[in-house]
Design a protein around this ligand. Structure first.
Ligand SMILES: Cc1ncc(COP(=O)(O)O)c(C=O)c1O
Length: 408
């Protein structure tokens, strides 16, 4: 590394505090870092005021301020664009957010206006329901929840209600692990000229590509499988309408500050590097654990899309390349048995998230869905004895041994 002598002399003439305050890294790097560094900088220095003006007005590509965009964001956005369109004859534009919920809220704020109606699947992630109710109330919109497996019912509503702007699906769904027909939903959305958004968090782009089936938008909680290690929060919105993403959604993200931080985006990029390896292992481990649970006398029923007797197995096989890492099971002895299992597990972790390399368990009735009325929970299959399990990539004999002792 050669140091520029002239610059060092100039620096020697400035004050003590000026030396400590400024970054004056003038070394000419003869090599590039092997991995993209964390660009922990809120702003960027311009070569000239003219270039600054062009960047701010978006006449040329460049970085202005990290709330607008930053190199670590661009890196993961370009990666997910390629993954979600892999093998498909199309292009897409992605934006990365501070969480899955920010991705979802930025889509709604960009797309919808007062008086619009959102047609949403009944059993989506709890906080998505919370957000929809809040958003609809504040902005004078309507949300109608329908069972997306009942396609006739869905079509009747689409026929009758002219203010429907968005069809909002989540597949596989959380925590009942149901699968919904993306192709049929995509056709209905196109027939009635409504936008179609799919939360594909549980599948990741390695197992499912909703664009193949006509989705306009894909949402990911990147906190889950895309990060994969439970080290950061993040979210993606990927859209097929590039101009809409570049102008409308980008503007909402810019003015609301919803972008992922450089550090979280950097962690996300690290996780994405091993996505396929992890998803293969999550899927094979989950099938082994699901088959074990099916034989256990304390277990009434196991929801895992990879099981041949799961009602959605054939559909999942059609639209997913494997069945993923989340399963749920219903304990015969209900609520108390669920609580007892949570107390007794040792190797598996008791926590609410999913998609990490280690195995995580939670009991929705006493944890994530404890604030939801029992009747409403049960309507969507979230029974008192239901346990959700995010199967990790550990050795399955250790996961099974822990379940064995905890279910005793
Ligand atoms: C299916 C699904 N979508 C969205 C979210 C929200 O993501 P985040 O927690 O990153 O905001 C979650 C979180 O668990 C989820 O499971």
């Amino acid at each position: 590394m050669k140091k520029d002598k002239k610059k060092s002399v100039v620096k020697a003439n400035i004050g003590f505090n000026s030396i400590t305050s400024q970054d004056n890294f003038k070394h000419e790097l003869k090599v590039h870092p092997h991995t993209v560094p964390i660009y922990a900088s809120s702003t960027f220095i311009y070569e000239s005021p003219e270039i600054a003006q062009q960047i701010f007005s978006r006449k040329i590509e460049g970085f202005a301020y990290s709330r607008f965009s930053h190199p670590n964001a661009i890196l993961v956005e370009e990666k997910i664009e390629q993954l979600e369109t892999f093998g498909l004859n199309m292009e897409a534009k992605a934006l990365v957010f501070s969480s899955g919920m920010t991705a979802l809220s930025n889509l709604f704020q960009s797309l919808l206006k007062p008086g619009d109606c959102i047609l949403a699947q009944g059993n989506i992630y709890g906080t998505s329901v919370d957000y929809l109710s809040h958003f609809a109330q504040v902005y004078n919109m309507e949300v109608v929840y329908v069972d997306f497996a009942k396609l006739n019912e869905l079509e009747n509503i689409l026929k009758q209600k002219k203010n429907i702007k968005l069809l909002y699906a989540e597949t596989p769904s959380n925590p009942t692990i149901s699968c919904y027909d993306l192709s049929a939903l995509g056709k209905l959305a196109s027939k009635y000229s409504v936008k179609f958004a799919v939360d594909s968090t549980f599948a990741s782009p390695y197992l499912q590509q909703p664009f193949k089936y006509g989705a306009d938008f894909i949402i990911h909680s990147a906190t889950k499988y895309l990060n994969g290690h439970g080290t950061a929060l993040g979210g993606f919105l990927v859209g097929r309408d590039i101009a809409f993403m570049r102008n409308n959604v980008w503007k909402v993200r810019k003015i609301t500050g919803g972008i992922c931080s450089p550090f979280d985006a950097w962690l996300l990029n690290n996780g994405m590097k091993t996505l396929s390896l992890r998803m293969d292992k999550h899927s094979s481990n989950s099938l082994t654990v699901a088959k074990y649970l099916q034989t256990h006398p304390a277990v009434k029923m196991v929801n895992y899309l990879g099981l041949k007797d799961h009602p959605d197995h054939a559909l999942a096989k059609k639209q997913m390349s494997n069945f993923g890492g989340v399963l749920s099971f219903d304990l015969k002895k209900g609520y108390k048995a669920g609580e007892k299992l949570m107390k007794k597990i040792k190797f598996c972790r008791l926590t609410a998230s999913l998609g990490t390399i280690d195995t995580l368990l939670q009991h929705p009735a006493s944890m994530s869905h404890s604030f939801v009325a029992k009747a409403q929970r049960e309507k969507f299959g979230i029974t008192d004895g239901l346990v959700r399990m995010s199967v990790g990539i550990e050795d399955t004999q250790d996961i099974i041994r822990d379940l064995e002792q905890a279910l005793r």
